[in-house]
Design a protein around this ligand. Structure first.
Ligand code: NAD
Length: 257
């Protein structure tokens, strides 16, 4: 499969760990020049050679603008809107303003801040690919994750909207909806869920696993592979799609375990 990206330029939000880092490595592996941002200075300092990192809080538009401005001067081919925090795992009546607002700011506002800056450049080039990270929570909801679900449904709506708005400019916009991804973040989510429901972490893992047809978690690299495909010429007629990589989630919350 030819997914050569030599000479292409990619920007990835929250790219110093997890899915963002796996994607940065995968795009770099295909020859792209990759720029990542993150708030975690230690993770940025540990980035593999060749990746360009910057400390940016993507929930702040001024910081996003300052990060992107010099990069965009030389063009941009791909934007991976990856940033998104899990937000509180709690009953809706227990979520405070900060828990609500911060989850929306990182996961949703950031996508708008980045897209409005890269689009004029992509329009001039008459090419570009944008990949937004949503979640299975943005397809079927997720109990006790109100702000996260709000963000991920909004991302689906924006993906559809931007794909329609930008198609004539040869800019493609798709979203990936991962299921439960092995790694630190899912460890934290499982722990929070177990605490909120008064069950063991093994019980929560079993719930998430058995809620999928394939009884599985997924790896960040499997998500990254699909992002590479969507950025490459192989994906040149794919736009406006929400692609789940999740082993087919049937339910987020089997209640009969
Ligand atoms: P993660 O929780 O591992 O975090 C990735 C990075 O985000 C970290 O390096 C962190 O420092 C950075 N970050 C946090 N706040 C930031 C901010 N304000 N500005 C810049 N960087 C910030 O993330 P992940 O699990 O790799 O998930 C990436 C994306 O995939 C998210 O949008 C997430 O919602 C989505 N997703 C993840 C899973 C999963 O199981 N991990 C499942 C479905 C969807």
């Amino acid at each position: 499969m030819d997914t050569d990206l030599t000479g292409k330029r990619a920007v990835i939000t929250a790219g110093a760990s997890g899915i963002g880092l796996a994607t940065a490595k995968a795009l770099q592996g295909e020859g792209a020049k990759v720029f990542v941002c993150d708030v975690d200075e230690a993770a940025l300092a540990a980035l593999p050679e060749g990746l360009t990192g910057a400390k940016v809080d993507v929930s702040k538009s001024a910081e996003v603008d300052a990060w992107l401005s010099p990069i965009l001067g030389d063009g941009v081919d791909f934007l991976i809107n990856n940033a998104g925090t899990a937000g509180p795992t709690a009953a809706v009546e227990e979520i405070d303003d900060e828990g609500w607002r911060s989850c929306l700011a990182v996961g949703l506002d950031s996508q708008f801040y980045c897209v409005r800056r890269v689009v004029p450049v992509m329009k001039k080039q008459h090419s570009g690919a944008i990949v937004n990270l949503t979640s299975t929570a943005g397809i079927m909801g997720f109990p006790n994750r109100s702000p996260y679900t709000a963000v991920k449904y909004a991302v689906v709506g924006l993906t559809k909207t931007w794909a329609m708005e930008l198609g004539r400019d040869n800019i493609r916009v798709n979203a990936i909806a991962p299921g439960s991804v092995n790694g630190d973040r899912m460890d934290r989510v499982v722990a929070a869920h177990a605490k909120a429901e008064g069950v063991t972490e093994d019980h929560v893992r079993a719930m998430y696993t058995l809620g999928t047809s394939m009884a599985c978690f997924v790896d960040a690299e499997e998500v990254a592979d699909m992002i590479v495909y969507l950025c490459s010429d192989r994906g040149k007629r794919i736009s406006g799609q929400i692609i789940a990589i999740d082993g087919n989630t049937e339910t987020q919350h089997p209640r009969d375990l």
